[in-house]
Design a protein. Structure first.
Length: 272
């Protein structure tokens, strides 16, 4: 007998995301198999994020869209935790506010978690604001598969496209790092704690989310500081495997070229 598909919540932390939040939420709503709930957690936004969310609730009155404000602390980690603690689904999807899920994302998540041994899952992304998107998707899938092979012990989940079984989240909830200094990759931190607690993480090539490449618009100083989060996360957990530094090398190498592509496209757009 095929086990029943688990219920799925989607949690979206948001801070000043008025330019991306509509596309993110609409994609989460318009799924081939609907999510059981979509929770957007606003974290002290000062732009029009919260107003847009309330407009979306009125525009999609039948959607399971719930909007909350997390005002106690500023930061992704406390906002993420707040939303995941509120989620009622057996599986909690956690995406970024600039993620745009493929229409069958929930369907793919349910299929992966129909296996009761799966505690967490992740998949590739499509950079929707870059040229050659489908080629980029294949390259991203290949890169992430390679990272998983290099990591060996640690099967990483990616913050823009991840899902965690609620029982596994409750098991690691009190040990995940608070990262008050905001120096680490919170998704790698979750991955490490899942591994340390013996939870199985899988990678699904069909579990696809779109995301923005806007990080490439950062100045070199800001971009390389962001890339340095890999080292800071590993150092905080005493992990010394040099193979795990491979993403840092790749992301550092691609920045000059792709930053130039983004700059050229923006310049052409401003001249039209």
């Amino acid at each position: 007998m095929t086990p029943p598909s688990p219920t799925v919540s989607i949690v979206i932390p948001a801070y000043n995301e008025e330019s991306t939040i509509r596309a993110c939420v609409v994609a989460a709503i318009e799924q081939t198999v609907p999510a059981d709930e979509i929770l957007v957690i606003d974290n002290r936004s000062t732009d029009g994020t919260l107003e847009l969310l309330h407009l979306l609730q009125r525009e999609f009155p039948d959607a399971p869209l719930r909007v909350f404000s997390q005002d106690a602390e500023q930061g992704l980690v406390p906002t993420r935790n707040f939303g995941m603690d509120l989620a009622l689904g057996e599986v909690i999807g956690r995406i970024d506010a600039d993620s745009v899920l493929e229409p069958d994302w929930v369907e793919q998540v349910r299929a992966l978690f129909a296996d009761p041994t799966v505690a967490a899952a992740t998949g590739p992304v499509i950079y929707y604001d870059m040229p050659l998107r489908r080629w980029g998707h294949r390259a991203d899938d290949t890169l992430r598969r390679g990272m998983l092979k290099l990591a060996r012990d640690y099967h990483f989940v990616f913050g823009s496209n991840m899902a965690v079984r609620a029982s596994a989240w409750r098991d690691i909830r009190d040990v995940v790092c608070r990262d008050e200094a905001d120096e680490m990759h919170e998704d790698i931190d979750i991955s490490i704690h899942l591994f340390d607690r013996g939870h199985r993480v899988v990678y699904g090539s069909k579990m696809v989310a779109g995301m923005s490449a806007r990080r490439l618009d950062d100045s070199p100083r800001d971009y390389f500081s962001y890339v340095g989060r890999f080292d800071r996360t590993y150092d905080a957990h005493g992990i010394t495997n040099p193979a795990l530094r491979a993403p840092m090398v790749i992301f550092s190498a691609i920045y000059p070229v792709l930053h130039g592509v983004r700059w050229s496209r923006a310049r052409r757009g401003s001249l039209r």
